[in-house]
Design a protein around this ligand. Structure first.
Ligand code: ATP
Length: 216
Protein backbone atom coordinates (compact mmCIF):
# COMPACT_ATOMS: atom_id res chain seq x y z
CA UNK A 1 0.00 0.00 0.00
CA UNK A 2 1.38 3.39 -1.03
CA UNK A 3 0.47 6.39 1.15
CA UNK A 4 0.97 10.02 0.16
CA UNK A 5 0.69 12.99 2.47
CA UNK A 6 0.76 16.23 0.52
CA UNK A 7 1.03 19.87 1.54
CA UNK A 8 2.74 23.14 1.04
CA UNK A 9 5.16 22.40 3.90
CA UNK A 10 6.08 26.08 4.14
CA UNK A 11 8.01 25.07 6.21
CA UNK A 12 7.79 21.43 7.34
CA UNK A 13 7.30 21.22 11.12
CA UNK A 14 6.95 18.67 13.89
CA UNK A 15 3.13 18.66 13.55
CA UNK A 16 3.54 17.25 10.04
CA UNK A 17 6.29 14.82 11.07
CA UNK A 18 4.40 13.56 14.10
CA UNK A 19 1.26 12.97 12.01
CA UNK A 20 3.29 11.09 9.39
CA UNK A 21 4.60 8.70 12.07
CA UNK A 22 1.06 8.20 13.48
CA UNK A 23 -0.18 7.45 9.96
CA UNK A 24 2.56 4.94 9.31
CA UNK A 25 1.65 3.04 12.46
CA UNK A 26 -2.13 3.33 12.16
CA UNK A 27 -2.27 2.42 8.46
CA UNK A 28 0.17 -0.46 8.86
CA UNK A 29 2.69 0.60 6.22
CA UNK A 30 6.48 0.81 6.22
CA UNK A 31 6.66 4.19 4.59
CA UNK A 32 4.79 7.47 4.12
CA UNK A 33 5.61 9.71 1.14
CA UNK A 34 5.57 13.43 1.82
CA UNK A 35 4.64 15.26 -1.39
CA UNK A 36 5.36 18.98 -1.41
CA UNK A 37 3.31 20.91 -3.94
CA UNK A 38 5.05 23.02 -6.53
CA UNK A 39 2.39 25.73 -6.74
CA UNK A 40 -0.59 25.34 -4.42
CA UNK A 41 -3.77 26.00 -6.43
CA UNK A 42 -5.91 27.11 -3.49
CA UNK A 43 -3.74 29.52 -1.55
CA UNK A 44 -1.34 32.38 -1.97
CA UNK A 45 2.27 31.86 -2.98
CA UNK A 46 4.42 30.24 -0.31
CA UNK A 47 7.12 32.17 1.59
CA UNK A 48 9.86 29.88 0.26
CA UNK A 49 10.41 28.52 -3.23
CA UNK A 50 9.45 24.94 -3.95
CA UNK A 51 13.15 24.06 -4.18
CA UNK A 52 13.78 25.53 -0.71
CA UNK A 53 10.74 23.79 0.79
CA UNK A 54 11.93 20.52 -0.74
CA UNK A 55 15.39 20.98 0.74
CA UNK A 56 13.93 21.59 4.22
CA UNK A 57 11.76 18.49 3.88
CA UNK A 58 14.72 16.36 2.87
CA UNK A 59 16.59 17.56 5.96
CA UNK A 60 13.60 16.88 8.18
CA UNK A 61 13.25 13.22 7.18
CA UNK A 62 16.95 12.41 7.15
CA UNK A 63 17.59 9.46 9.45
CA UNK A 64 13.88 8.56 9.62
CA UNK A 65 13.52 5.50 7.38
CA UNK A 66 9.71 5.51 7.47
CA UNK A 67 9.41 8.92 5.85
CA UNK A 68 10.39 9.69 2.27
CA UNK A 69 10.02 12.79 0.12
CA UNK A 70 8.42 12.52 -3.30
CA UNK A 71 9.24 15.55 -5.44
CA UNK A 72 7.05 14.64 -8.43
CA UNK A 73 4.90 17.78 -8.20
CA UNK A 74 8.03 19.91 -8.55
CA UNK A 75 8.82 18.13 -11.80
CA UNK A 76 5.57 19.36 -13.35
CA UNK A 77 4.99 22.87 -14.61
CA UNK A 78 2.28 25.03 -13.11
CA UNK A 79 -0.24 24.39 -10.35
CA UNK A 80 -0.10 21.08 -8.47
CA UNK A 81 -3.35 19.18 -8.83
CA UNK A 82 -3.80 16.09 -6.67
CA UNK A 83 -5.72 14.24 -9.39
CA UNK A 84 -2.68 14.52 -11.71
CA UNK A 85 -0.37 13.26 -8.97
CA UNK A 86 -2.63 10.30 -8.22
CA UNK A 87 -2.96 9.43 -11.89
CA UNK A 88 0.81 9.41 -12.27
CA UNK A 89 1.21 7.21 -9.22
CA UNK A 90 -1.56 4.88 -10.34
CA UNK A 91 0.20 4.38 -13.68
CA UNK A 92 3.37 3.46 -11.79
CA UNK A 93 1.79 1.20 -9.19
CA UNK A 94 -0.54 -0.69 -11.54
CA UNK A 95 -4.27 -1.34 -11.04
CA UNK A 96 -4.17 -3.49 -7.93
CA UNK A 97 -1.89 -1.80 -5.42
CA UNK A 98 -3.78 0.20 -2.79
CA UNK A 99 -3.03 3.91 -3.05
CA UNK A 100 -3.96 6.28 -0.22
CA UNK A 101 -3.98 10.05 0.00
CA UNK A 102 -4.12 11.84 3.33
CA UNK A 103 -5.95 15.10 3.86
CA UNK A 104 -6.89 17.17 6.91
CA UNK A 105 -10.56 18.02 7.61
CA UNK A 106 -9.69 21.68 6.90
CA UNK A 107 -8.64 20.90 3.34
CA UNK A 108 -11.31 18.22 2.91
CA UNK A 109 -14.06 20.78 3.54
CA UNK A 110 -13.26 22.23 0.11
CA UNK A 111 -12.71 18.86 -1.59
CA UNK A 112 -15.48 19.48 -4.15
CA UNK A 113 -13.59 22.53 -5.43
CA UNK A 114 -10.48 20.51 -6.29
CA UNK A 115 -9.88 19.92 -9.95
CA UNK A 116 -11.38 16.57 -11.05
CA UNK A 117 -12.35 15.77 -7.48
CA UNK A 118 -14.87 13.19 -8.60
CA UNK A 119 -12.05 11.18 -10.18
CA UNK A 120 -10.05 11.00 -6.97
CA UNK A 121 -11.98 8.13 -5.30
CA UNK A 122 -11.45 6.14 -8.51
CA UNK A 123 -7.72 6.51 -8.14
CA UNK A 124 -7.09 6.29 -4.41
CA UNK A 125 -8.50 5.82 -0.93
CA UNK A 126 -8.81 9.01 1.08
CA UNK A 127 -7.81 9.23 4.74
CA UNK A 128 -9.37 12.27 6.39
CA UNK A 129 -7.52 13.40 9.51
CA UNK A 130 -9.55 15.34 12.07
CA UNK A 131 -8.06 18.79 12.60
CA UNK A 132 -9.29 21.46 15.00
CA UNK A 133 -11.78 23.87 13.50
CA UNK A 134 -15.07 23.50 11.70
CA UNK A 135 -16.03 20.20 10.11
CA UNK A 136 -17.18 19.99 6.49
CA UNK A 137 -20.83 21.03 6.04
CA UNK A 138 -22.82 17.79 6.56
CA UNK A 139 -25.06 18.69 3.58
CA UNK A 140 -22.10 19.30 1.23
CA UNK A 141 -20.69 16.91 -1.36
CA UNK A 142 -17.49 16.05 0.61
CA UNK A 143 -19.41 14.99 3.74
CA UNK A 144 -21.87 12.99 1.62
CA UNK A 145 -19.05 11.15 -0.14
CA UNK A 146 -17.48 10.39 3.21
CA UNK A 147 -20.74 8.94 4.58
CA UNK A 148 -21.28 6.77 1.51
CA UNK A 149 -17.79 5.33 1.26
CA UNK A 150 -16.62 5.31 4.86
CA UNK A 151 -14.86 2.23 6.26
CA UNK A 152 -14.39 1.48 9.94
CA UNK A 153 -10.68 0.60 9.98
CA UNK A 154 -7.39 0.71 8.13
CA UNK A 155 -7.51 -3.03 7.27
CA UNK A 156 -10.17 -2.34 4.63
CA UNK A 157 -7.78 -0.04 2.75
CA UNK A 158 -5.39 -2.95 2.19
CA UNK A 159 -8.15 -4.99 0.57
CA UNK A 160 -9.03 -2.74 -2.37
CA UNK A 161 -6.91 -0.47 -4.58
CA UNK A 162 -9.07 2.69 -4.20
CA UNK A 163 -12.51 4.01 -3.36
CA UNK A 164 -12.74 4.02 0.45
CA UNK A 165 -12.72 6.88 2.93
CA UNK A 166 -11.31 6.46 6.43
CA UNK A 167 -11.55 9.03 9.20
CA UNK A 168 -8.74 9.19 11.73
CA UNK A 169 -8.51 11.26 14.87
CA UNK A 170 -4.89 10.92 16.02
CA UNK A 171 -3.36 13.19 18.66
CA UNK A 172 -1.98 16.25 16.86
CA UNK A 173 0.60 18.80 17.88
CA UNK A 174 -0.74 22.33 17.96
CA UNK A 175 1.73 23.72 15.41
CA UNK A 176 1.05 25.51 12.13
CA UNK A 177 3.39 26.75 9.43
CA UNK A 178 1.60 30.11 9.60
CA UNK A 179 2.43 30.40 13.31
CA UNK A 180 6.04 29.46 12.63
CA UNK A 181 6.41 32.03 9.84
CA UNK A 182 4.93 34.72 12.12
CA UNK A 183 7.32 33.81 14.93
CA UNK A 184 10.34 33.99 12.65
CA UNK A 185 9.22 37.28 11.11
CA UNK A 186 8.87 38.85 14.54
CA UNK A 187 12.25 37.58 15.73
CA UNK A 188 10.92 34.90 18.10
CA UNK A 189 12.35 31.39 18.19
CA UNK A 190 10.59 28.46 16.50
CA UNK A 191 12.91 25.95 18.16
CA UNK A 192 11.36 22.60 19.15
CA UNK A 193 8.51 23.19 16.71
CA UNK A 194 10.67 21.79 13.91
CA UNK A 195 13.87 19.75 13.68
CA UNK A 196 16.96 21.81 14.52
CA UNK A 197 18.65 21.21 11.14
CA UNK A 198 15.57 22.69 9.42
CA UNK A 199 15.67 25.83 11.56
CA UNK A 200 19.42 26.12 11.04
CA UNK A 201 18.92 25.98 7.26
CA UNK A 202 16.10 28.57 7.43
CA UNK A 203 18.54 30.89 9.24
CA UNK A 204 21.33 30.17 6.76
CA UNK A 205 19.08 31.01 3.81
CA UNK A 206 17.39 33.91 5.61
CA UNK A 207 13.93 32.50 4.84
CA UNK A 208 10.68 33.96 6.22
CA UNK A 209 12.60 37.02 7.40
CA UNK A 210 15.10 35.04 9.52
CA UNK A 211 18.36 36.77 10.21
CA UNK A 212 20.97 34.91 8.12
CA UNK A 213 23.83 35.30 10.59
CA UNK A 214 22.37 33.23 13.23
CA UNK A 215 19.55 33.88 15.59
CA UNK A 216 19.67 30.09 15.97
P1 ATP B 1 -0.26 26.83 6.99
O1 ATP B 1 -0.31 27.25 8.43
O2 ATP B 1 0.71 27.61 6.14
O3 ATP B 1 -1.63 26.69 6.35
P2 ATP B 1 0.12 24.05 7.74
O4 ATP B 1 1.02 23.99 8.92
O5 ATP B 1 -1.35 23.85 7.95
O6 ATP B 1 0.40 25.37 6.94
P3 ATP B 1 0.27 22.60 5.23
O7 ATP B 1 1.51 22.43 4.43
O8 ATP B 1 -0.79 23.47 4.71
O9 ATP B 1 0.71 23.03 6.71
O10 ATP B 1 -0.33 21.22 5.62
C1 ATP B 1 -0.14 20.01 4.96
C2 ATP B 1 -1.04 19.00 5.59
O11 ATP B 1 -0.67 18.84 6.96
C3 ATP B 1 -2.52 19.39 5.59
O12 ATP B 1 -3.28 18.23 5.30
C4 ATP B 1 -2.76 19.86 7.02
O13 ATP B 1 -4.09 19.56 7.41
C5 ATP B 1 -1.77 19.02 7.80
N1 ATP B 1 -1.27 19.64 9.03
C6 ATP B 1 -0.83 20.90 9.20
N2 ATP B 1 -0.44 21.13 10.47
C7 ATP B 1 -0.64 19.98 11.14
C8 ATP B 1 -0.45 19.57 12.50
N3 ATP B 1 0.00 20.39 13.46
N4 ATP B 1 -0.76 18.29 12.81
C9 ATP B 1 -1.24 17.47 11.87
N5 ATP B 1 -1.46 17.80 10.59
C10 ATP B 1 -1.16 19.03 10.21
Amino acid sequence: MHVIYGGTFDPIHNGHLRLAIELKERLGVDEISLVPCHMPPHREDPGATSGQRLRLLAMAVEGEPGLVVDDRELQREGASYTADTLRQLRAQLGDREPLVMVVGTDAFAGFDRWREWEQIPQLAHVVVVRRPGPLPDPRGAPAKLLRERRVGGAEALHEAPYGYFLELDPPLLDISATGIRERIRSGRSPRYLMPDPVWREICRLGLYGACPDGNF
